[in-house]
Design a protein around this ligand. Structure first.
Ligand code: ACO
Length: 448
């Protein structure tokens, strides 16, 4: 099979959200800390009737319906998530209900977990399957679904929630350049979830930022080496049209792109212009550690990077800024933003993708876009995702109500024998929701 990649996409996110400027005010932090300091506009969260399973059910059902895919045509389904609902039973098995009802139980794949990286692992598994000798000609389906919630404190505004569903197969408008990809994997305690009684992670915020940037450097270096070995010519940022990043919050994305600009200067890439060399050259003598800590370098590189950031990164920032960190779905929701913003002008473009999961696992890979034929065309994908409408029809919570909900969810986490309020007034028709959990922890869902 040729040009294996993403044929179709659907995004679902809870319609419940809180504005970051209102949260700033409520938390009593300085004005601009979340909106400018973190670069976030708004944060989505699950109300008590939604969770990663219901979001996954909604995204998958909607994708199958809107692209008119017969559930029997799915041969592999992989789920990426770091939101633990059950330590043994995979989220994938919950989603099987959709397929069982249509008589299809012959579907490979289970869940992949490592912080925000699980979606990428799931995607690679599906792409590799289609490219392999065990492929049976049917589609792969990738689901990334997460609810990111943090304890009260500085990390709380970097929460978010959402699910992505992606259909995988040959002749895709979003094709993998499978040969060019580089990973960086290591052992770190930057963000982890050792307390099984709590949904909240233990997080070393500063360390996680440095780990992210170190992994980015390492992956970019590896990507360039592999590209140069295979293509026989140098790779630089000028060879890519768009850069899409895993987005815990937008400020880190700004810093990441600037870091790549600095990397090109440091490796003396031929595409780097004189003025960038002049401004960033002096910093190339810093050793690794110093360069991650240098505020002057950060400021200078962000300034040099700004015009290209606006062109090559900004179109892929809409949803992460509006929803917050969706963990495994974050990178793909960022990519969905690019399709939404530029769908009619992406023919032939190369998109660099950077996936990061704490702990840590990271990969840089690239996609080659073509317009494609309906229903699997970029324009149809943009139309079906209908992002503007989904963003516009959300319900904003007051901070008091949001905090109250977080307390309800804390108490309920890991619990049994409860009914949800069944208040689904805010949900769009077709949305799945949690109705109750019985005395044996079994979860029940209904469709609005
Ligand atoms: N106006 C404008 N900017 C402001 C203001 C203000 N009033 N106040 C603060 N800022 C800026 C700061 O200068 C800082 O910017 P900088 O990073 O360019 O220096 C930024 O806002 C954040 O302020 P800090 O004081 O550094 O924030 P704090 O330490 O309180 O928390 C953090 C930020 C560490 C990101 C926290 O939210 C966190 O731990 N989040 C979860 C971890 C995370 O997402 N890590 C990313 C990779 S791992 C993953 O994906 C989960």
């Amino acid at each position: 099979p040729q040009n294996v990649g993403i044929l179709a996409m659907e995004i679902y996110f809870p319609p419940t959200c809180i504005q970051q400027d209102i949260l700033e005010n409520f938390d009593g932090v300085s004005k601009g800390k979340y909106t400018i300091g973190l670069g976030q506009d708004c944060m989505a969260f699950c109300s008590e009737v939604e969770d990663v399973i219901s979001m996954g059910l909604t995204a998958v059902t909607s994708l199958l319906e809107k692209y008119e895919i017969d559930p029997k045509q799915i041969g592999r389904m992989e789920v990426g998530s770091e939101t633990v609902i059950d330590k043994s039973k995979s989220i994938k098995t919950f989603l099987m209900k959709i397929f069982e009802d249509c008589g299809n139980t012959d579907i490979e794949g289970v869940d992949s977990t490592n912080a925000c990286y699980g979606g990428t692992a799931a995607l690679f598994n599906c792409v590799n399957w289609v490219e392999s000798s065990s492929w049976d000609g049917r589609y792969g389906l990738v689901v990334s679904t997460d609810s990111a919630v943090y304890a009260e404190g500085p990390a709380r505004p970097t929460g978010g929630a959402g699910a992505m569903a992606m259909l995988i197969g040959p002749d895709a408008p979003i094709a993998f350049e499978s040969k060019f990809r580089a990973s960086h994997m290591a052992h770190a305690y930057d963000f982890y979830k050792p307390d099984l009684a709590s949904e909240y992670p233990v997080v070393d915020g500063k360390l996680s930022q440095t780990c992210y940037l170190m992994a980015l450097d390492s992956c970019y270096k590896g990507y360039c080496q592999k590209y140069e070995k295979l293509q026989g010519n140098q790779f630089s940022m000028a060879d890519a049209d768009y850069f899409v990043f895993h987005s815990p919050y937008n400020k880190l994305v700004q810093k990441s792109f600037a870091r790549l600009v600095f990397d090109d200067v440091a490796r003396n890439a031929s595409s780097v212009d004189e003025s960038a060399k002049e401004k960033l050259g002096p910093f190339t003598s810093l050793d690794g550690d110093e360069s991650y800590q240098s505020r002057d370098l950060e400021k200078a590189s962000q300034q040099v990077a700004k015009p290209d950031y606006d062109k090559k990164v900004q179109p892929g920032t809409l949803i992460p800024k509006q929803l917050g960190n969706m963990y495994t779905a974050s990178l793909y929701a960022a990519f969905a933003s690019l399709i939404h913003n530029k769908s009619s002008s992406l023919e032939g473009k190369r998109v660099m993708m950077f996936s990061y999961g704490s702990g840590l696992t990271a990969t840089m890979f690239s996609l080659r876009l073509t317009e494609g034929k309906a229903p699997f065309s970029l324009q149809n994908i943009a139309k079906i995702m209908n992002i503007e409408h989904k963003l516009k029809t959300r319900t904003e919570f007051e901070p008091e109500k949001f905090v109250e909900l977080m307390h309800v969810m804390e108490n309920r986490y890991g619990g049994k024998d409860y009914k949800t309020s069944k208040d689904t007034g805010h949900l769009a028709p077709g949305t799945y929701y949690l109705t109750h959990v019985d005395s044996k922890y079994r979860r029940y869902y209904a469709k609005k």
